[in-house]
Write a protein that binds this ligand. Structure first.
Ligand SMILES: [Zn+2]
Length: 324
């Protein structure tokens, strides 16, 4: 027990350090500087930082969220990224234990966060990051396949970790490329999504393998739809459009209720319940669609575009931690 607590604290500290490094990787991707040189400096006054300005979380608190030299406000995003990295590192350790697999998962978590953060902050996906991410997946699975072969485990050319990784990369690319093409045509020849999403899906495919990349992409769409829905509802509240807000909320609740009723077999016992429920759900949905067509479409739906990259990354985490 005590060993477990000590190990957990060690993992948290490791995670914080990597979170701090992650901030550097993201910042220097934008500025185009090397990640190892020069030493960290204040982005405003350019003064090089002292060593004690670089301690994850602690420095932010010690400095009161301001630059030591010029007192410029330091973004809360830096300590937040450090904390999120540390927590994900710890969760992976608690779930998978200390092993070579854990080191691989930490690398996956690290690269996933780098890509999600650049996408959220500036709507940019760096090819270099996706390339490194894909390489991590391919190398790890090549190593795992090599070890299996050395141990005399029977493997076929299709059924081994490396093939799964390569196929995952290819599938991820093909699915997103198809989606890219369809949305391009549907948007009337305009770019409806960034091609960065294709590279993200390929990297995730290389890391998670051919079976899980499908789940990740479907889950990614669901997560994106959910986030967009929540943002849309928030905007409706701001605009005091309570009819549409309530309508969408009702559809969401009824849909969840439908799923639960189905899962627990309530419909099988009672046909009238099923009929009533279905009519209520469809009726509310039609009401919402009419409200949508009348008031919102074409006027204020812009600016609601949620980048797909972070949704994909999040879907990957769900698959990693919940064995989906
Ligand atoms: Zn400064």
């Amino acid at each position: 027990m005590e060993i477990m607590i000590a190990a957990s604290i060690f993992v948290l500290l490791t995670g914080l350090c990597f979170g701090s490094f992650l901030n550097v990787v993201v910042l220097r991707a934008f500025s185009g500087e090397s990640i190892s040189y020069p030493a960290s400096k204040c982005p405003t006054c350019q003064k090089p930082l002292y060593w004690w300005h670089n301690i994850p979380l602690l420095s932010y608190l010690l400095l009161g969220g301001k630059c030591y030299f010029c007192k410029t406000h330091i973004s809360w995003q830096y300590p937040l990224v450090e904390a999120i990295t540390a927590i994900l590192f710890l969760l992976a350790f608690l779930k998978f234990g200390m092993s070579a697999h854990l080191i691989f998962l930490w690398a996956v978590i690290f690269m996933s966060l780098v890509i999600a953060i650049t996408d959220i902050k500036e709507h940019v996906v760096f090819l270099m990051h996706c390339f490194a991410f894909a390489l991590i997946g391919l190398i790890y699975h090549a190593g795992a396949t090599g070890i299996m072969a050395l141990n005399g485990t029977e493997i076929t050319w299709l059924d081994n970790p490396l093939s799964s990784s390569v196929l995952g990369l290819i599938f991820g690319g093909i699915i997103m490329l198809l989606y890219f093409g369809v949305s391009y045509i549907m948007a009337g020849g305009k770019m409806a999504m960034g091609d960065g999403d294709i590279y993200i899906a390929m990297a995730l495919g290389a890391c998670y393998g051919r079976e899980k990349i499908w789940i990740i992409i479907v889950l990614g769409f669901l997560i994106q739809a959910l986030i967009t829905g929540v943002l849309f509802e928030y905007r409706l509240l701001q605009e005091k459009n309570y009819k549409l807000f309530g309508g969408i909320l009702a559809v969401a609740i009824l849909a969840v209720g439908y799923g639960l009723s189905n899962k627990f077999g309530l419909f099988e016992e009672n046909v009238i319940y099923l009929l009533g429920y279905t009519i209520a759900l469809i009726g509310t949905a039609i009401y919402v669609c009419r409200q949508l067509l009348g008031k919102v479409l074409g006027s204020k739906t812009e600016g609601l575009a949620v980048p797909f990259g972070p949704a994909l990354v999040l879907a990957g985490f769900v698959v990693m931690f919940f064995n989906v």
